[in-house]
Write a protein that binds this ligand. Structure first.
Ligand code: ADP
Length: 415
């Protein structure tokens, strides 16, 4: 393949060779398929002194050739026009993998006059060459109606050199187009998911507040023997509220509409308050401890958002630890930062999954086999909220032994 290409180049005159080098530069830097095809046919017609030029690419699904670009006023009518491989000039070039010169198409049995009639363009002569991507033949490049005289051997060599450069560039551009389309689809799917989450969280808020309101009211007025059952309903409703809070916050992070309500407070006190709430819940049979340093740890942060972060880490630590498990919150000062560590001796996370757990909707276990609830949003939201506070989060974990989630937040330093 490369030898044939080098031989083609040797046959070109110095002026054409210089033009080829320039063409190669443009082909390599153009990734838009339509621009690329248009450029190739303009050059093909100019280099061979022809009235028009066309590119036909092989459609791998139908195994037909299709016009993908044509110069001249008839171009739009020809776009995507199918040409069978059997009994057509372009098909013969593709299957023989050889250039073909036809001085008078009307004398050639493979000539299909219907195309000319349909577009009202009179085709007299054709020079066609195969286009390659590596060893694969991917299409045909044709120059139509030599303006002076007939197509020469040199025209054929020039067009072959152009077709070889073009074939690689076209396949590259096709792949880039496919990748861009796939990427756009994925983004659309993500937007749909986030849109659904926004609507669902909005719609669920009102009925949930009604449930929470009535349960707390009933809890106070019922027979103490039924209080346990009521506590279970309350716990479930509180858990639901925390899931919805994540769904609700997500849309604001997404649209950049999350406004942080910054205030200066002691992080240790907030951590103790949040942890105490978990210890107080009826289902909290695990050992939950919190250790804070003796000095205050002032942070300038949005209190509610930091509660969400710590709450999500505690929810997970509790969810993924057995009822006899141990969960510890340890807070330390590290220079100009506070480090908060939430540790558990639960199921742990496999090493190869660790870098994905902060992705949206990611859950280590398949959602159909999961015991624990959740939407796979807690950690991604925690990470995004910490980033908004110039903080960081990281994790260490061993399967069967437990997990340790740490986050760092900048401290407000006394000036
Ligand atoms: P979810 O709400 O589904 O728990 P998260 O984003 O909070 O979503 O967590 C993502 C996944 O990371 C979880 O589904 C779980 O597989 C894993 N994970 C998070 N925290 C822990 C933990 N403490 N122990 C074990 N696995 C965890």
């Amino acid at each position: 393949m490369m030898d044939a290409f080098a031989a083609n180049l040797e046959d070109l005159g110095p002026a054409r060779l210089a033009r080829m080098v320039e063409i190669s530069r443009v082909l390599n830097s153009t990734t838009n398929l339509d621009d690329l095809l248009r450029f190739i046919i303009t050059e093909a017609a100019a280099l061979t002194g022809s009235e028009s030029a066309s590119i036909l690419l092989l459609d791998p699904a139908t195994r037909q050739l299709r016009f993908k670009a044509t110069s001249g006023s008839h171009a739009p009518k020809l776009l995507d026009f199918p040409v069978p491989i059997e009994n057509s000039i372009a098909g013969a070039i593709l299957t023989s993998n050889q250039p073909l010169i036809i001085d008078d198409v009307t004398q050639d049995a493979r000539w299909n006059p219907k195309v000319s009639q349909a577009i009202q363009f009179k085709t007299r002569s054709i020079l066609g060459v195969p286009m390659h991507d590596g060893e694969r033949t991917v299409g045909v490049l044709e120059s139509v109606n030599k303006q002076q005289g007939t197509f020469s051997f040199q025209d054929s060599e020039t067009l072959s050199a152009l077709a070889d450069l073009a074939g690689v560039a076209v396949e590259k551009a096709r792949l880039i187009t496919q990748l861009t389309q796939a990427n756009r689809k994925l983004n659309e799917l993500d937007e749909l998911k986030s849109g659904f989450i926004a609507i669902a969280s909005h719609e669920l808020r009102t009925p949930l507040s009604v449930i929470l309101g009535y349960v707390s009211f009933l809890r106070e007025s019922i027979d103490p023997e039924l209080a346990n059952q009521m506590d279970a309903v309350m716990d479930a409703a509180v858990q639901l509220r925390s899931i919805m809070q994540n769904m609700f916050n997500l849309q604001f992070v997404d649209t950049g509409r999350l406004k942080l309500d910054l205030e200066i407070f002691d992080f240790s006190i907030l951590a103790q308050e949040v942890t105490a709430r978990y210890i107080a819940t009826a289902t909290m049979e695990r050992t939950l401890t919190v250790r804070t340093p003796n000095e205050p740890l002032p942070v300038a942060a949005d209190r509610n958002m930091i509660e969400v972060v710590l709450g999500n880490l505690l929810d997970n630590a509790i969810k993924f630890t057995s009822r006899q498990g141990i969960v510890a919150v340890i807070i330390e000062r590290h220079g100009h930062e506070l480090w908060c560590s939430v540790r558990d001796n639960g199921v742990g996370i496999p090493l190869d999954k660790l870098d994905r757990i902060f992705d949206r909707f990611y859950q280590v276990e398949h959602f159909m086999r999961r015991q624990a609830g959740g939407l796979g949003l807690g950690l991604s939201l925690a990470k995004e909220l910490l980033t908004l506070h110039n903080g960081r989060i990281w994790v260490e974990s061993v399967v069967g032994k437990g997990s340790k989630f740490d986050f760092a937040l900048p401290l407000v330093m006394a000036s």
